[in-house]
Design a protein around this ligand. Structure first.
Ligand code: SF4
Ligand code: SF4
Length: 445
């Protein structure tokens, strides 16, 4: 059953925060940098004028938290002015994501805090200088980060740590968390799975972690820590959700997918409106990409733009469960965008199973193992097509993303490989798997 901390995380994750990229340039050269292509295709620093108008617009749209990122935001020549600008406009929370090297300069660190930064996320990737410096490509980067940490921790500023998980540091990840919580009282960690862009694509085979790699002892200790020690706030980022079976509280909130889309919005809009192929499409890359299923379903919708639903579908919630009978042509258990709603409205599964055990029902978008052997299942996500079209009968990216998160985001367990329905089954909606745990899926022999 859903845990309270999962609902708390949902609340935090759905609080609006505005991501602002200050710079494409960086003073590190990380082996897994996602930004390498963007660095050569753009001006190093976004102009102060453009940034100021974006900041004003974000405030107008109601954002009160702003996250300044890059590249490396602290090397933007107008960094301190921009922070001050955010503070003067009235942002309540100003966070930076940084490699921490500039903060090693005491005066600069002090000015950063005075200008208004009140949350600092350090990107730290190794327990020791050897590992961290190797991964970020700069000798001395670890020592500077640690000095930066010392300069910041004297203040009331919130401090947390991002770690990009990879083959070189996965064996240390528990030790990193243990060390920085004991010595620096840092209890919030964002653990990122690699995605195949920039340098990370070039170095993929040396760095990217498989399901097997995530069986490492150190990672398993992190999972246990996150489950049992209430002091820690541990997030995962882009980590395949099926790798977190039994630890579903760590699955990233599905709404984070919208952040992934923000940076690629123009590419997707060009694809939808002008039929321009997605620039990053590449078999090898797509197979490892966090947006893999999103892109597949988007192209399926685009190719079937004239589809007309041929079913009369009844969507079940606990309220209308009694109306379930074999006269309903086809039946779906309603999906929910938020766990909070799912918890209050979805069907009671025991009751549902009892009512459906006699068979002769036809289900849509429900895993075979839950539909019951005597009933039929059909997967058809195109039933949602009318909800994602604009008035020109084209797919609207924003509507599609919302629909994807609410209804199309389906997953299976790693164990599904052993199920006889594996090839024809799409699994179940992510929020059901977060709510019940992947264990609800039972491979059929
Ligand atoms: S899955 Fe989509 S976003 Fe990811 S690399 Fe392929 S085309 Fe690009
Ligand atoms: S075990 Fe997996 S593949 Fe098999 S029916 Fe259930 S969800 Fe589908």
């Amino acid at each position: 059953m859903v845990k309270n901390n999962l609902l708390i995380k949902e609340k935090i994750a759905s609080k609006p925060k505005y991501w602002l990229r200050l710079s494409y340039a960086c003073n590190n050269n990380c082996l897994f940098c996602l930004d390498k292509e963007a660095q050569s295709n753009n001006e190093q620093f976004v102009s102060e004028k453009d940034l100021q108008s974006e900041i004003k617009q974000a405030l107008k749209e109601g954002y009160r938290k702003i996250i300044l990122s890059g590249g490396e935001p602290t090397i933007h020549p107008r960094f301190l002015h921009l922070v001050k600008f955010c503070q003067n406009l009235g942002f309540e929370r100003i966070q930076i994501i940084t490699n921490g090297r500039m903060l090693a300069y005491r005066k600069f660190a002090r000015q950063t805090l005075i200008s208004g930064v009140n949350e600092v996320t350090f990107s730290l990737h190794g327990l020791d200088a050897q590992t961290h410096d190797y991964l970020v490509g700069v000798e001395g980067a670890y020592d500077q980060l640690i000095q930066g940490l010392h300069n910041i921790r004297a203040s009331n500023c919130i401090i947390n740590i991002d770690i990009v998980l990879n083959k070189k540091n996965i064996k240390q990840v528990h030790e990193i968390i243990d060390f920085f919580s004991k010595n620096y009282s840092i209890y919030e960690y964002d653990l990122l799975h690699l995605i195949p862009f920039g340098n990370a694509f070039k170095n993929l085979s040396n760095l990217v972690l498989s399901y097997k790699d995530y069986q490492q002892k150190s990672w398993q200790k992190v999972l246990t820590l996150a489950k049992n020690d209430k002091r820690y706030f541990i997030w995962t980022n882009r980590l395949p959700a099926q790798y977190l079976e039994d630890h579903e509280a760590l699955i990233q909130d599905p709404h984070k997918l919208s952040d992934e889309l923000k940076g690629r919005r123009h590419m997707f809009e060009n694809y939808l409106q002008n039929n321009k192929e997605l620039a990053c499409k590449d078999g090898q890359r797509c197979a490892f990409c966090f947006l893999h299923d999103f892109c597949l379903k988007l192209s399926q919708f685009k190719e079937n733009i004239n589809y007309k639903p041929k079913y009369n579908i009844k969507f079940l919630t606990q309220k209308n469960l009694n109306e379930l009978n074999s006269n309903n042509l086809i039946v779906a258990i309603k999906n929910f965008e938020f766990l909070e709603k799912l918890k209050d409205q979805t069907v009671n599964l025991d009751e549902f199973k009892n009512k459906t055990k006699n068979g002769n029902l036809k289900f849509i978008n429900l895993p075979y193992c839950l539909a019951g052997q005597n009933n039929q299942v059909v997967y058809d996500f195109l039933i949602y097509l009318p909800k994602v079209l604009n008035n020109k009968k084209q797919i609207d990216l924003h509507k599609f993303a919302k629909m994807y998160i609410s209804n199309l985001y389906y997953l299976k367990s790693v164990r599904c490989d052993d199920c006889k329905y594996n090839n024809q089954c799409a699994g179940w909606h992510i929020n059901y798997l977060r709510y019940y745990g992947f264990k609800i899926l039972k491979p059929v022999k």
